[in-house]
Design a protein around this ligand. Sequence first.
Ligand code: SF4
Length: 105
Amino acid sequence: MRGLGLRKRGINIISCPTCGRTKTNLAEIVEEFENEVSEFEAHLDVAIMGCEVNGPGEAREADIGLAFGATSAMLFKKGTVVKSEIPKEMAKNILKEEIYNMINK
Ligand code: SF4
Protein backbone atom coordinates (compact mmCIF):
# COMPACT_ATOMS: atom_id res chain seq x y z
CA MET A 1 0.00 0.00 0.00
CA ARG A 2 1.29 3.43 -0.79
CA GLY A 3 0.14 6.94 -0.15
CA LEU A 4 0.41 9.37 -2.98
CA GLY A 5 1.57 11.90 -0.41
CA LEU A 6 0.51 14.83 -2.51
CA ARG A 7 -1.01 16.95 0.19
CA LYS A 8 -0.52 17.70 3.85
CA ARG A 9 -4.19 18.47 4.44
CA GLY A 10 -7.35 17.44 2.74
CA ILE A 11 -7.92 13.95 1.43
CA ASN A 12 -4.86 11.73 1.50
CA ILE A 13 -5.36 9.04 -1.12
CA ILE A 14 -3.83 5.68 -0.49
CA SER A 15 -3.67 3.05 -3.18
CA CYS A 16 -2.14 -0.35 -3.79
CA PRO A 17 0.53 -1.20 -6.34
CA THR A 18 -1.97 -3.57 -8.08
CA CYS A 19 -1.19 -7.17 -8.96
CA GLY A 20 -2.65 -10.18 -10.74
CA ARG A 21 -5.84 -9.86 -8.69
CA THR A 22 -6.61 -6.39 -10.07
CA LYS A 23 -9.51 -6.49 -12.53
CA THR A 24 -10.03 -2.78 -13.05
CA ASN A 25 -8.15 0.28 -14.25
CA LEU A 26 -7.16 1.44 -10.80
CA ALA A 27 -4.84 4.24 -11.87
CA GLU A 28 -7.66 5.90 -13.81
CA ILE A 29 -10.08 5.61 -10.88
CA VAL A 30 -7.51 7.07 -8.48
CA GLU A 31 -6.74 9.97 -10.81
CA GLU A 32 -10.42 10.81 -11.31
CA PHE A 33 -11.14 10.59 -7.59
CA GLU A 34 -8.16 12.77 -6.75
CA ASN A 35 -9.49 15.50 -9.04
CA GLU A 36 -12.99 15.19 -7.62
CA VAL A 37 -11.88 15.67 -3.99
CA SER A 38 -9.14 18.22 -4.57
CA GLU A 39 -11.15 20.96 -2.83
CA PHE A 40 -11.98 18.91 0.29
CA GLU A 41 -10.48 20.55 3.36
CA ALA A 42 -10.96 17.90 6.04
CA HIS A 43 -8.14 15.46 6.53
CA LEU A 44 -8.99 11.80 5.95
CA ASP A 45 -6.99 8.84 4.72
CA VAL A 46 -8.98 7.36 1.85
CA ALA A 47 -7.96 4.09 0.18
CA ILE A 48 -8.69 3.05 -3.39
CA MET A 49 -7.70 -0.59 -3.69
CA GLY A 50 -7.39 -2.98 -6.61
CA CYS A 51 -9.25 -6.03 -5.33
CA GLU A 52 -12.04 -6.96 -2.96
CA VAL A 53 -10.26 -9.98 -1.50
CA ASN A 54 -7.30 -8.23 0.11
CA GLY A 55 -8.05 -4.54 -0.36
CA PRO A 56 -10.00 -3.85 2.85
CA GLY A 57 -7.43 -5.66 5.01
CA GLU A 58 -4.41 -4.15 3.32
CA ALA A 59 -5.94 -0.69 3.78
CA ARG A 60 -7.21 -1.18 7.34
CA GLU A 61 -5.30 1.92 8.47
CA ALA A 62 -7.36 4.10 6.14
CA ASP A 63 -10.44 5.88 7.52
CA ILE A 64 -12.53 4.77 4.58
CA GLY A 65 -12.02 3.27 1.17
CA LEU A 66 -13.16 1.32 -1.84
CA ALA A 67 -11.95 -2.05 -3.04
CA PHE A 68 -12.74 -2.77 -6.67
CA GLY A 69 -13.69 -6.01 -8.37
CA ALA A 70 -14.32 -6.38 -12.10
CA THR A 71 -17.84 -4.89 -12.07
CA SER A 72 -18.52 -3.87 -8.46
CA ALA A 73 -16.83 -2.44 -5.41
CA MET A 74 -16.91 -2.70 -1.63
CA LEU A 75 -16.96 0.24 0.74
CA PHE A 76 -14.98 -0.25 3.94
CA LYS A 77 -14.10 1.71 7.05
CA LYS A 78 -10.94 0.89 9.02
CA GLY A 79 -10.75 -2.44 7.22
CA THR A 80 -14.36 -3.47 7.89
CA VAL A 81 -16.67 -3.84 4.89
CA VAL A 82 -19.78 -1.70 5.36
CA LYS A 83 -21.31 -2.04 1.87
CA SER A 84 -20.71 -4.52 -0.93
CA GLU A 85 -21.92 -5.16 -4.47
CA ILE A 86 -21.81 -1.46 -5.31
CA PRO A 87 -21.98 -1.06 -9.09
CA LYS A 88 -18.57 0.13 -10.18
CA GLU A 89 -19.87 3.30 -11.85
CA MET A 90 -21.58 4.39 -8.60
CA ALA A 91 -18.71 3.62 -6.26
CA LYS A 92 -16.89 6.96 -6.27
CA ASN A 93 -20.11 8.91 -5.66
CA ILE A 94 -21.06 6.68 -2.74
CA LEU A 95 -17.59 7.11 -1.30
CA LYS A 96 -17.84 10.90 -1.61
CA GLU A 97 -21.26 10.84 0.06
CA GLU A 98 -19.84 8.85 2.97
CA ILE A 99 -16.93 11.27 3.26
CA TYR A 100 -19.37 14.22 3.40
CA ASN A 101 -21.26 12.44 6.18
CA MET A 102 -18.05 11.78 8.14
CA ILE A 103 -16.89 15.37 7.75
CA ASN A 104 -20.25 16.85 8.73
CA LYS A 105 -20.88 14.72 11.80
S1 SF4 B 1 -5.12 -4.92 -2.67
FE1 SF4 B 1 -5.49 -6.65 -4.04
S2 SF4 B 1 -4.97 -5.83 -6.07
FE2 SF4 B 1 -4.04 -4.48 -4.58
S3 SF4 B 1 -1.94 -5.29 -4.31
FE3 SF4 B 1 -3.25 -6.17 -2.69
S4 SF4 B 1 -3.88 -8.14 -3.52
FE4 SF4 B 1 -3.16 -6.91 -5.27
